[in-house]
Design a protein around this ligand. Structure first.
Ligand SMILES: Cc1ncc(COP(=O)(O)O)c(C=O)c1O
Length: 386
């Protein structure tokens, strides 16, 4: 039987070994060391922001970014329903509550019109607070997610954040390298958060980063991720902080990965292009394509499949996995999750439709043309048997 084709696994073919050896030889293996700052500087400058604050993972980056953005216990934060649980978990870690909003059909990302409607129809501005009339809670932030590598249409959110007392934090965990109107995502709002989990565009084993142009924001985020220890020789803490530091070992892998980032993005784009062409020939498929103002990082190569042509998507995924082709369903909408069912969901129609039809195809940076052809042959076979 041929080798299984994983969905998305790391590509570690650069200086990873060399830099790891440097950590071991120098004894800098833990949460301080030269690679941490190197990683922060390299990535911040690549994205085009002034500051990067490395964290132990992307969820921690979101948690701290929301806290520094002013999210407090009892507040509400607007998030998409179609995203990984980490987005909403970070809101809950602040003691705040997510309000789930629908996807828009073109980009699958959170619908700016529905967010605007929610704020206009369901909320009041009372002094310097936006208050959700139904719950009486303050709405403090919007946390859109650049989903599967495709950027959110950010202008309407930037306009809302400029007009209302709302912070805009970008969950860029899935979209390192994507461009919104020519500028990299993670650089538009007050802060952007990245993930370097093993299946992301680049990996550091595990890790995350907060990106921001605001120096005070970066300083405070750094402080909170370091147990909020005051500078000086003693261990003085004026508030409760978090041990969210990235290790030098992880950062060493991260630095080696940043060096290869352009090539990784080219590979992701090539895979998406190949699938788009093949799916157009097969028919019954609607891949997630770039909006005219967007350049996707194509973290995932995702597509909707027509059930009349391909049958039940869950059956297809199970058959793919049994055949060694690792297909992924889309994120299970959060408003349907037991953990979040109690929270408000605003006019959700599109996300459920996407969830019922969407899959992500194997798209590791190292995938070969022959492997992509096996994926397409599998889909063609599924279509023929209908
Ligand atoms: C949209 C989104 N947000 C946040 C995260 C959290 O990142 P991490 O796994 O590094 O904590 C992920 C991925 O894992 C993600 O896909």
């Amino acid at each position: 039987m041929s080798q299984p084709i994983p969905n998305a696994v790391p590509c570690l073919r650069g200086n990873e070994w060399l830099y790891l050896k440097e950590c071991l030889d120098s004894n800098w293996v833990s949460s301080v060391g030269p690679f941490v700052e190197r990683f922060e500087r390299a990535l911040a400058s690549w994205v085009g922001v002034r500051h990067g604050v490395a964290t132990v993972n992307g969820t921690a980056a979101l948690h701290v970014a929301l806290l520094v953005a002013g999210v407090e216990s009892g507040d509400e934060v607007i998030v998409p329903t179609l995203t990984f649980a980490a987005t909403a978990n970070a809101v809950r870690y602040c003691g705040a509550v997510p309000v789930f909003v629908d996807s828009e059909p073109r980009t699958w990302t959170v619908d700016p019109q529905k967010v605007t409607d929610f704020l206009a129809r369901e909320c009041d501005v009372r002094g310097d607070r936006v208050v959700n009339r139904a719950t009486g809670r303050r709405v403090r932030a919007i946390l859109p997610v650049h989903l599967y590598g495709h950027p959110v249409d950010l202008d309407p959110f930037l306009e809302l954040a400029a007009r209302l007392p709302l912070a805009l934090v970008e969950d860029s965990a899935e979209a390192l390298g994507a461009l919104y109107k020519g500028r990299r995502v993670g650089a538009h709002g007050l802060a952007g958060c990245l993930s370097f989990n093993g299946n992301k565009v680049i990996t550091s084993g595990g890790g995350g980063m907060i990106l921001t142009n605001d120096e005070a924001f970066a300083r405070r985020a750094h402080h909170l991720t370091q147990q909020a220890r005051e500078p000086g020789p003693e261990w003085i803490h004026r508030e409760v902080g978090f041990n969210y530091r990235l290790t030098n070992i992880q950062a060493a892998i991260g630095v080696a990965q940043v060096e290869q980032l352009e090539g990784f993005l080219a590979s992701k784009r090539e895979t998406a292009r190949a699938y788009h062409a093949a799916l157009a020939a097969l028919g019954g498929a609607e891949p997630l394509r770039e909006a005219p103002w967007a350049s996707s990082s194509f973290w995932m190569s995702s597509t909707l499949l027509e059930p009349a042509d391909y049958g039940d998507i869950r059956v297809l995924i199970a058959r793919g996995n049994a055949a060694g082709i690792q297909l992924r369903p889309l994120w299970h909408p959060l408003h349907r999750q037991p953990a979040f069912a109690a929270h408000q969901a605003y006019r959700i129609e599109v996300a459920d439709h996407l969830y019922a039809r969407g899959i992500s195809l194997p798209c590791s940076v190292g995938i070969t043309a022959e492997e992509r052809e096996r994926v397409i042959a599998f889909l063609a076979g599924a279509r023929d048997h209908r």
